[in-house]
Design a protein around this ligand. Sequence first.
Ligand code: CTP
Ligand code: MG
Length: 237
Amino acid sequence: MTNVTGPLIAAIVPAAGRGERMGPGTPKALRLLGGAPLLAHAVRALSRARSVDLVVVAAPPDQVAAVRDLLADHHAGAALKVVPGGATRQESVRRALATLPDSVVTVLVHDAARPLAPVELVEAVAAAAQAGADGVVPAMPVSDTVKRVEGNVVVETVDRQALRAVQTPQGFSRAALEEAHLEASAVEATDDAALVERLGRRVVVVPGAEEAFKVTRPLDLLLAEAVLAKRRADGVS
Ligand code: CTP
Ligand code: MG
């Protein structure tokens, strides 16, 4: 829903990766899941969240116009902007961040590679960010036993009780996220919260969602197809 004072909550979608772990072919965000690109599913979930006013997609730089076309039918409820992404995920987020209108005070960042994140998760993260946290991450308990190794030798078994696997969407105060990206030019992180943590800011967790899993390898795409087929059979998609 576009706010009369301009968008207050924007969601950035890094989608400019190549998807090397998925194998050769189309960039991962543009691969099809149930007939629509992964990116379109991710954008649709964000747009369906009532709290999200604007979605900014960082697309593969040579496909900005094509991505704008293919998303035309998938962003009802929120305004959409498509900008060229960068060589790394962090650079893609930074580029999208630089295009936000002044009215935006809260920013969500959500991977195109997590197409089935539930709308309820988007709303929960947005609410926690608006409640005043510098950063919010959805977190899941770790179900595997985790060991630290050197070469092929186990050094330690880590206490998994204290560990969490984190997902997106992540939520931030715009000021904290901008400062974090500004201060991070020499480091490369795999999520945005890590950059905010580096500043010593407070990042809180909210319960994650199993369906917000990341599509990284071919097996993940098979799982996503199965989840989507079940949703459609249940009439919830
Ligand atoms: N991403 C991006 N710009 C990049 C690299 C990644 O916007 N230069 C995005 C991806 O499109 C994806 C998200 O960041 O939505 C999470 O990254 P990941 O799962 O690692 O995707 P890829 O980088 O595409 O995959 P891979 O690492 O296997 O190449
Ligand atoms: Mg990657």
